[in-house]
Design a protein around this ligand. Structure first.
Ligand code: HEC
Ligand code: HEC
Ligand code: HEC
Ligand code: HEC
Length: 493
């Protein structure tokens, strides 16, 4: 939200407005919530999905929630975070990032100073330096008209990429958003990282943190430059000005002493201080949560084998599908469970969706655009079709021919009589609820056999699902399924 934001607002398409609106709603619902996988869900998940019903998968799935070290490696932290930020963070993580997981270790300023000196001493490679147009390194008020327009173009491109990438479903911003519940709040990220680091994180995510739960997107150079500009310039990533409440004398907060960049310059070669820092880091057991060079690790190190993996296994690792989705007993519960996705989704639709996600669940959750290649989408689709299926094929009542017009009309009647439209919309013209997925093109998306399976007992698939079990008769089921499989993209629809 910058000076010229208002102008570009007019260009926002209907779709983007929908996305924004739904993100806003998600944000409202989630703000301040802490992410835990609901114990009830896990219990039901176990009960409904006993392993005997699962197919045996060709490789063991890696659960991103079960990584060995919860915190990121600290080897190159000095190239990532500004000294002032580090100093405030180690003193009290929650005071810096509202959803921080790291505990307050109660360290004194002198100890923190030594720790930072030590962390500075272990750094390895510098972050690769990107060449930026000179005007991008200027503050907004220093830009000429012409430069401003050029910068604004980069910024607006980045804003679009940011939206499609759905960064905010993992990252809250100033406490709003972050439904998946795994990313740090980015509301003050500009006080922490610099442009070269940000560029490299978004381009080579895994090289910084192999076990990260964040997806390694397939951005091109222009996309990354755009997001970097957007993040560094948009006010949502800058700390809010503290409001001065006039008249009311608030009890002054005790000032936290902060190590400055300048002071760090004078201590970074102080070997006695570095040695002291190393000692504190070891005694404070930072290594329980972090990989830190030079500190003996008391935990058994299990090296994960990733060399030579390919196809869907590689994709799962790089995109981190299981940060959001669940397959069998691994992964998160934010996005649809994929355990039987191969018996649910039509593969042609899925192949397209993986490359360019549609909006199906307007008010709840949308899949980010990762820019998967056609080949990657193919590998995922083939794997899902072959392995993520029910043990016994689901019966398909329309395998020998499409439903007749009478059946479709009867199904439509049942749909509205039962009030399916309170939660679903099946046509843009008629509208409908947005609690459940949009069913306007459900015939293209879901296999008819699965629609029947779902309607017989909605909780069979999602034990927590809010869709009531209507106890539909065989006739009603047949008509409803007929009505829904008829929902494919049509002229003028
Ligand atoms: C109980 C686990 C735990 C311990 C112990 C711990 N940390 Fe952390 N630390 C974390 C986690 C988790 C994060 C990631 C950010 C967050 O909290 O959400 C983190 C983040 C950090 C960061 C920022 C890293 C980055 O890439 O942005 C630094 C620096 C850091 N820790 C330093 C330390 C130091 C120094 C110690 C020991 C004095 C320590 N931590 C002890 C869990 C821990
Ligand atoms: C699947 C969830 C997810 C998505 C989607 C996601 N991130 Fe992240 N991101 C994370 C997690 C988790 C971390 C912290 C590293 C970790 O603990 O694995 C992180 C870390 C970061 C950091 C470093 C923050 C810090 O304080 O160290 C930045 C910057 C960032 N992400 C930007 C983005 C941007 C920009 C996008 C969209 C293009 C995005 N993320 C999308 C999960 C996600
Ligand atoms: C940041 C979270 C996130 C990540 C990571 C993610 N997805 Fe999704 N995915 C979603 C959400 C949310 C939906 C629901 C979209 C909707 O209904 O509009 C979805 C929908 C899907 C669907 C359709 C499922 C259905 O039942 O309708 C498939 C298939 C899918 N994702 C596969 C994948 C694969 C494969 C990967 C990894 C390459 C992946 N997803 C990574 C969030 C994610
Ligand atoms: C109280 C709200 C509600 C009502 C009423 C309702 N549904 Fe649903 N329905 C949902 C939700 C929520 C989901 C998504 C479940 C999930 O994501 O696991 C869903 C899922 C579905 C799906 C599967 C879509 C998918 O992509 O997973 C179909 C098909 C469906 N509903 C059809 C119907 C029909 C037909 C009726 C009326 C007989 C109906 N629903 C009534 C809330 C509702």
């Amino acid at each position: 939200m910058r000076l010229r934001f208002m102008v570009s607002l007019q260009k926002v398409t209907f779709v983007m407005a929908m996305v924004g609106l739904s993100l806003l709603v998600i944000g409202k619902i989630s703000s301040g919530q802490e992410r835990k996988i609901d114990a009830l869900y896990l219990e039901l998940d176990k009960k409904y999905r006993i392993p005997e019903q699962w197919t045996v998968l060709p490789f063991e799935l890696e659960d991103p929630y079960k990584r060995i070290k919860n915190g990121p490696p600290l080897v190159n932290i000095i190239h990532k975070a500004k000294v002032e930020w580090l100093s405030r963070w180690v003193a009290n993580p929650r005071a810096v990032v509202p959803n921080a997981k790291m505990p307050n270790l109660g360290l004194e300023f002198e100890e923190i100073k030594a720790i930072i000196a030590y962390l500075g001493s272990i750094a390895e490679k510098e972050v690769p330096q990107v060449s930026w147009d000179a005007f991008l390194l200027k503050k907004e008020e220093e830009l000429s008209e012409d430069e401003y327009d050029k910068m604004d173009k980069v910024y607006n491109n980045g804003k679009g990429v940011w939206g499609r990438a759905r960064c905010t479903i993992c990252h809250p911003i100033k406490g709003v958003g972050g439904n998946v519940g795994v990313g740090p709040d980015l509301g003050e990220i500009t006080t922490k990282v610099n442009r070269n680091w940000l560029y490299d994180w978004l381009s080579n995510t895994k090289s910084h943190f192999p076990d990260t739960m964040m997806a390694q997107y397939r951005f091109n150079d222009a996309d990354v430059r755009g997001i970097v500009e957007f993040i560094l310039r948009d006010t949502q990533f800058i700390p809010e000005e503290k409001e001065e409440e006039e008249g009311e004398a608030k009890p002054a907060k005790p000032e936290v002493k902060v190590l400055t960049e300048k002071e760090f310059g004078s201590i970074r070669k102080d070997s006695a201080l570095i040695e002291k820092g190393r000692d504190i880091v070891e005694k404070a057991r930072c290594f329980v949560c972090h990989d830190i060079k030079g500190i003996p690790d008391l935990m058994p190190v299990v090296e994960k084998k990733r060399e030579g993996t390919s196809g869907f296994e590689r994709l799962l690792y790089e995109i981190r599908c299981l940060t959001c989705h669940r397959i069998q007993d691994k992964g998160g519960t934010y996005a649809p469970n994929l355990t039987i996705a191969g018996s649910k989704i039509k593969m042609k639709w899925e192949h397209e969706f993986l490359q360019t996600p549609d909006i199906i669940r307007p008010l709840s959750q949308q899949m980010p655009k990762f820019n998967l290649t056609g080949e990657e989408a193919k590998a995922a689709t083939e794997y899902i079709e072959k392995n993520l299926i029910t043990k016994e094929a689901l019966p398909d009542i329309y395998k020998d021919g499409m439903p007749s017009a009478e059946v479709v009309a009867a199904g439509e009647k049942v749909f509205y009589e039962k009030g399916c439209n309170t939660c679903h919309s099946e046509s843009i013209a008629k509208g409908g609820g947005v609690v459940g997925p949009n069913l306007a093109t459900v015939g293209e998306r879901l296999q008819p056999a699965y629609i029947l399976y779902h309607l017989k007992n909605p909780q069979q698939v999602n034990p927590q699902g809010v869709e009531p079990n209507f106890g539909l008769s065989e006739d009603e089921l047949k008509q409803l399924v007929g009505f829904l499989v008829d929902h494919v993209k049509k002229e003028g629809k």
